[in-house]
Design a protein around this ligand. Structure first.
Ligand SMILES: CC(C)(COP(=O)(O)OP(=O)(O)OC[C@H]1O[C@@H](n2cnc3c(N)ncnc32)[C@H](O)[C@@H]1OP(=O)(O)O)[C@@H](O)C(=O)NCCC(=O)NCCS
Length: 179
């Protein structure tokens, strides 16, 4: 679900090494690459056939508030998403559900350099400024060690663990005021 009525897009957000910005048509190939990569898909339900993605991904992918393309030296290396969580899913920190949820997907060549943590921290800072005081949640398979490490580095704390999609899931929360 979309994040909701927030001012969008923000001016490109610069971190020490990266730029976060809204998506453009030139990002389509990298978005398809992310969804088609078996390595990227390991803990998120697998990859999708490239031909199917070529049909399904729009000319400008990810045009919604909270979808950030992450660039290194002018090239897309990954994406950060902040979307509203389906209230029917397991895990909840707000009584009515529909929490903002953080997601991060990076191309394998860029793993291990701290980019996911650096970009996510910038996206969370944007979120805290845009919707002050609102919590952000995150779900990841407990087997996804890299993702758990990123969550810990960002200051997410565990709410609960549960079984879903045939795997154990870690469900955590972050709020700007408790960092
Ligand atoms: C998870 C993911 C975003 C991490 O990206 P990244 O840029 O490598 O992450 P960072 O470098 O910021 O941080 C990774 C941390 O986890 C550690 N790490 C990375 N992969 C690891 C692994 N397989 N096992 C153990 N630790 C790992 C790194 O050493 C680093 O820790 P450190 O800062 O203490 O050295 C990336 O692997 C990815 O896109 N995976 C596929 C998509 C995915 O699973 N997304 C999460 C869905 S919930």
């Amino acid at each position: 679900m979309k994040l909701g009525p927030v001012p969008w897009p923000p001016a490109p957000i610069k971190t020490e090494r990266l730029v976060l910005r809204e998506s453009e048509a030139r990002d389509r190939a990298a978005v398809i690459e992310l969804y088609a990569s078996p390595e990227v898909g390991t803990y998120i339900g697998g990859s999708q056939p490239r031909e199917q993605l070529e049909q399904a991904v729009p000319e400008i992918p990810g045009r919604r508030p909270g979808f950030f393309v992450v660039e290194l030296d002018g090239t897309m290396i990954g994406m950060i998403t902040l979307d509203r969580r389906d209230p029917d899913r397991l895990g909840r920190v707000l009584p009515e559900g529909g929490e903002a949820e953080l997601g991060y997907l990076f191309l394998p060549e860029s793993w291990g350099f701290g980019y996911a943590a650096e970009a996510s921290a910038a996206a969370l800072a944007w979120f805290a400024k845009t919707l002050p005081g609102e919590p952000v949640v995150l779900t990841t398979q407990t087997a996804n060690e890299g993702s758990l490490r990123v969550a810990a580095k960002l200051g997410f704390t565990e709410v609960e663990r549960f079984e879903q999609y045939g795997a154990e899931q870690w469900f955590g929360v972050w709020t700007s005021t408790t960092r």
